[in-house]
Design a protein around this ligand. Sequence first.
Ligand code: XS6
Ligand code: ZN
Length: 671
Amino acid sequence: MTIGTALIYDEEMTKYKLLWVDPACKIEVPERLTVSYEALVRNALADRCVSVPVREATDTEILLVHSEEYLEAVKKTPSMSLEDLKEFTLQYGDVYFHPNIYHCAKLAAGSALQLVDWVMTKRVRNGMALVRPPGHHSQRSAANGFCVFNNVAIAARYAQQKYGVKRVLIVDWDIHHGQGVQYCFEDDPNVLYFSWHRYEHQNFWPQLRESNYDSVGKEKGAGFNINVPWNQVGMKNSDYLSVFCHILLPVAYEFCPDLVLVCAGFDSAIGDPEGEMCATPEIFAHLTHLLMNLAEGKLCVVLEGGYNLTSLAQSVCQTVQTLLGDPLPQLADLSCPYRSALESLQCVRSAHRQYWSCLKHAAGLPPAHISTKRIKSVEGEAKTETGEDEKSTEENVWPEPPKRFSPTVRAASVLSDDVTCPDRCKRLNANQDVDPLIVSKLKDSFISDAGGCDTLARVITLVEKMVQNEIRSGLALVCDVTMAITCVVQHVTPDLNNRVLIVYVGNGTVPDHIARDGKTLVVQITSGNKQEQKSKYYIPVCLKNGCSDTSGFMHAVFSLLLPLGYEYNPNLVLLVRMPDSDVCDGVWQHLTGFLQSFAKGHTLVLLQENEKACVSPTASILLGDPAPPLENLQAPNKDDLNVMETLRDRLQLNWKLLQTISESTAAAVQQ
Ligand code: XS6
Ligand code: ZN
């Protein structure tokens, strides 16, 4: 199993800067790199990474994406005078040249290639490259938007060529549209490019018609370019998560990439003067985590923008810490996505529904007012692009992300001696590890049968240690799952702050008092015909062909379970698997992985005693190993889609993250 996270950084890339006055370029400073790296060192994250040296990209590699004329032109810049550099710069938009930028641009592209090399040859599982200049705006024959060579585009082509990688997913979470990446791959069905970006109906830089949602790719590449335009500033965590749950993740899983590259700009974070968005640095921990089980964990993150040095450094740390496998931060108080965000979401889903079976059922476009036409900004309303524009004086302040504490034990198990489980998963033994008080309490309230009691006592001990943050996650084989659930919930919920999310896979009945106690959210995925109970806290998802239906199951995970889990924000996740569930191991592993997003990774998996075969696959995910790829996701069954849509219709009044259409459309549909 490949472990380890690469970190690529070299001070040399701080050794160029703007040499003249240009308001458009003054934010792109060397300190962007130094503060990011220093924060990684200060937080003891750099030390935990494998430090991989940079190298220069060769001409041949640069020519994978750029023209010879352009490369030759850039090659001349190191010997240019200041005046010549200024003039050379003038032919491009929002970029500057410096005698050392060519060298740095070769190192930046080379860093992305080093990362690909180390990940593809399994010397590390994943990694991040801190580079300058950024890449995603640069085009075949043009520098643009601080970018000289298109680092990530070159890396994608290189991976295809050198390693025979077939499908590459590029996720561009920078707040600008990486039009350079789009142009490079728009007719290529083997590279799926996803970008969200500040757009404001084409009033925000680079003000391109082709950054809108209806640029879906060309010819064979139709459907493989996904643009999510943000038409308002101030987007927050719930808007970003909503796009991941309802667009990116289902499509990415259907695409099934062999490698994932991230154009990781952090100008999409709060405090950034360019993006003016409100998502907190912690969101990048989640975005990273949600991508970490694609392509068997092969994830290469490459820095793009990010201009608020505080927010940038915090966001970089959140990303790297997640790559390293630390528990995720909780995202409290996720509010309703903005109406404007929902409109964009709806437009994108509608534009892509003919290309992706996971979006087949998506609604059409919202009412006419969301046109693709540029909406001329009224003076004073939209911000002017003069550089020294009147910025709102209101300071953007946010708390520093809390430290992400890692329990010393990553995963523990309660198993009988005959069941095998990876050694890295700590076994809780009956004698040494159990508090006698717990045993006697259990005896009083629950059971007479001594054998079951011993196991339950160990389970409660495990839960207690999870609550105390001594153990991150756990798994237990129990003879009576229902009894175990009841014990765990009763043990944990007297503390009023505790919320438990129960994910119940398979048929069987969740004890009624739990399904309606209002402190526990139960999501049951099953083949049985569960009565709709019209409850906010008991949500049965009944799949016609049961849990063995991979596509239907994953659809339920993306469109229901993830949004619900994020909004509920539990302190403990109980994942229960019934013997008859028929869920296949791969799907089960991805589910287990996704649930680590919640409750700081405190997941307890309960398996019925005869489910021994899935102990090892489960433990492996709890230990942080990547899940195997899920190939061939088909369109979910039509009846199932209906069931899930009906559920969503009912629940979205209470659970706002389930919404995928804007209010105006919802109103129109109801009429
Ligand atoms: C200054 C306007 C500057 C140029 C933006 C270049 C964006 C580079 C970037 N108020 N406009 N790309 O971060 O991701
Ligand atoms: Zn940017």
